[in-house]
Design a protein around this ligand. Structure first.
Ligand SMILES: [Zn+2]
Length: 146
């Protein structure tokens, strides 16, 4: 099995353009950025998702987000930042999937390419379900929170 790319970057066995690092978190430029300044923020310990993330690593991960958002706004002159996390274990191993938890920090600007080419189409997917429908879905989720 191929070594985990983000574990390799965390251990400095693989090069990346690192912007932040402490004992438990590393942040670096996305190799395939959606827009200039797109960062990845990664716990150094290998976790596949938030499901298995421990409390200490969760705290360490979240506490750097604001610091990095401010640095992005000052450093690349964006007006805002999207925070994203994708958990898609249903995708086959052969696709470009990194099974190491990571957060995307995507610099945003009014009317940027990301909006024009992708996000504005999300609006057509939105609908307005009834409160009964929402409550039914909520009860299915609530019953499984551990
Ligand atoms: Zn890993």
């Amino acid at each position: 099995m191929e070594a985990c790319r983000f574990c390799s970057i965390s251990q400095h066995k693989l090069d990346a353009a690192i912007v932040f690092e402490d004992e438990s978190v590393i942040a670096f430029m996305d190799k395939y950025p959606l827009v200039d300044g797109h960062l990845l923020v990664v716990p150094k310990k290998h976790f596949e998702s938030f499901i298995d993330l421990d409390h200490e690593s969760a705290f360490d991960l979240v506490k750097v987000i604001g610091k990095l958002e401010k640095a992005l706004m000052d450093g690349v002159g964006c007006e805002g930042v999207d925070l994203r996390q994708h958990f898609r274990p249903f995708l086959p191993e052969s696709t470009l999937v990194l099974r190491h938890l990571h957060l995307h920090l995507v610099p945003r600007r009014m009317g940027d390419d990301l909006y024009d080419k992708a996000l504005k189409h999300e609006g057509s997917l939105r609908r307005e379900p009834s409160l009964v429908e929402l409550t039914s879905l909520a009860s299915k989720i609530k019953a499984r929170i551990r």
